[in-house]
Write a protein that binds this ligand. Structure first.
Ligand SMILES: NC(=O)c1ccc[n+]([C@@H]2O[C@H](COP(=O)([O-])OP(=O)(O)OC[C@H]3O[C@@H](n4cnc5c(N)ncnc54)[C@H](O)[C@@H]3O)[C@@H](O)[C@H]2O)c1
Length: 483
């Protein structure tokens, strides 16, 4: 009944739905992929002729869109059509942390998943495999099944039936295309073996057999939450060690290298940075903690919440250090922010460390010039919830009446004039090539470079007469004259 899959629908054309279906369409030219979304704006961006205006920036994405769009890959707002014709439907909608009501601030808000399930229930025909691609709390499949089957009781159509599977997505933004083309594993959870095999046959077109894992549905849902919790915990762990490095004279780069040589630990994800961001880590850990709490496992909930709490503390720590180094006040001092995306090679700013750090600095009265090669001024405005006061061409108003700081956006790298400091928050390749000898001449002395990503060459910065602070660098402890 389920082996003959020809037509696939994906509900949600976001950071997961868009790239995932694009790679699938590329690898399965014999299947049709309809990616649908309620947002007309998002869909029209996916259908842009100008590929630099796609809603998502991912290396390699625009080339695949150019190759497959309108051949076997279609983006539209026509949910009804896409659902009616689909043999298999991925639900790939947003699942942010709930803001109000029961579980607010911790559990996932499932209203978009529920709405999608209701649409599927309303429009699907024949047998449909419904796949959870969104990251969901354990036992959500039960909710989806209930919604789907309760609709069956209302419908007169006798030939409608569903199989619900969990197939969480493990892509990382910035490397999404490569992650999708060469995944570490594909996880398929369910209790309908035939449906699971149908889905795995699609992946087998480009993923080796041994990487496709079949589990029960609850293990699959929990494995996704747990994977993100482990990754975030690792970032908090290395960042906590970087703090110890700074006070003891150790260096986090050396410590990280030494830790990573232990084959049980492995060398990846051991770089310290300004704290984890992105839409997933914080939300998924809080979700895990909420789940533990729900089952009365308070100690486990507190354990995982600690990872998130540390991350917040760590981001605040960076803003405090900047203020301290600039003689305890940054009021009306011009500070350049290099990078606003939560990591390099993405235009995603959700939960970016830059948001908290920039807000702190503005609150302290600084005049920020924010640069990011892929993030727009509008996007930064939305995240900071503070309007950019000046256009690129206008000068910053340094008059004393402006007690609160302000910010403006720069599209160019011409940002260092009269700056007291530059803060590197995203590890964009371009920032590695800044000529500090040239830029330092434009800055106010003594000027500081705060490198939270360990991407500058320390020698080049100090040779240019600039002070350098790097995360986890305790070398100043080893010198007699600090600064
Ligand atoms: N972003 C990541 O790196 C990543 C990685 C793995 C898993 N995930 C998970 O995947 C899911 C989606 O994440 P994302 O980053 O793609 O989110 P997103 O916000 O970028 O995209 C979700 C899309 O779903 C659409 N949508 C919401 N309700 C809809 C409905 N009823 N019908 C049609 N469209 C609807 C929204 O308009 C939006 O375009 C989340 O559960 C997330 O946790 C995300």
């Amino acid at each position: 009944m389920t082996s003959n899959i020809k037509n696939i629908c994906c509900i949600g054309a976001g950071f997961v739905g868009g790239p995932t279906m694009t790679v699938m369409a590329d690898r399965c030219p014999d299947l049709i992929f309809n990616v649908v979304d309620i947002s007309e704006e998002r869909i029209s961006s996916w259908n842009q002729n100008d590929l630099s205006k796609l809603p998502i920036f991912e290396p390699g994405l625009k080339e695949l869109i150019e190759k497959n769009r309108n051949k076997n890959l279609f983006f539209s707002t026509k949910l009804k059509n896409a659902i009616e014709n689909a043999d298999l439907i991925f639900i790939s909608v947003n699942t942010p942390t709930k803001l109000i009501g029961l579980g607010a601030g911790k559990s996932s808000d499932l209203k978009w998943v529920e709405a999608s399930a209701r649409e599927v229930a309303k429009f699907s025909r024949g047998h449909t495999i419904v796949v959870e691609k969104s990251t969901l709390p354990v036992r959500t499949a039960e909710v989806i099944k209930k919604i789907l089957y309760s609709s069956l009781e209302e419908t007169s159509e006798k030939d409608v039936s569903f199989s619900v599977l969990s197939n969480p997505e493990f892509l990382a933004e910035g490397t999404a295309i490569n992650d999708l083309e060469n995944p570490d594993r594909i996880l398929i959870g369910g209790d309908d073996k035939e449906a699971m095999l149908s889905l795995s046959r699609i992946y087998k077109k480009w993923v080796p057999d041994h990487k496709i894992l079949l589990t029960n549905i609850w293990s699959s849902e929990l494995a996704k939450l747990a994977s993100n919790a482990f990754l975030a915990q690792r970032i908090s762990s290395i960042n906590s060690i970087s703090t110890i490095c700074e006070v003891t004279g150790a260096d986090i780069r050396e410590v990280g290298m030494a830790i990573g040589r232990d084959s049980r630990i492995g060398s990846k994800f051991l770089e310290s940075g300004p704290g984890f961001g992105g839409s997933c880590f914080k939300k998924d850990i809080l979700n895990l903690a909420y789940l533990a709490e729900y089952f009365g496992l308070e100690d486990i909930a507190r354990y995982w919440e600690g990872v998130v709490n540390f991350n917040i503390w760590h981001q605040r720590r960076i803003s405090k250090i900047i203020v301290e180094k600039l003689f305890g006040t940054i009021s009306q001092k011009r500070i350049v922010i290099l990078g606003f995306a939560f990591k390099a090679n993405t235009n995603d700013t959700r939960e970016s460390a830059a948001i908290k750090i920039c807000k702190d600095l503005i609150e302290e009265g600084a005049d920020l010039i924010i640069h990011d090669p892929k993030v727009t001024q509008n996007q930064i405005e939305k995240e900071l919830k503070i309007k950019s006061l000046f256009n690129n061409s206008e000068e910053t108003d340094l008059s004393p009446k402006n007690k609160l700081g302000q910010w403006r956006f720069s599209e160019t790298y011409d940002v260092f004039d009269n700056a007291h400091a530059a803060v590197i928050l995203t590890e964009w390749e371009d920032y590695k090539n800044i000529d500090w000898l040239v830029e330092s001449k434009k800055m106010v002395r003594p000027a500081w470079i705060f490198d939270s990503r360990s991407i500058v060459n320390p020698q080049e910065v100090t040779n240019a007469g600039l002070n350098l602070w790097r995360l986890g660098d305790g070398s100043s402890k080893n010198k007699k004259n600090d600064f």
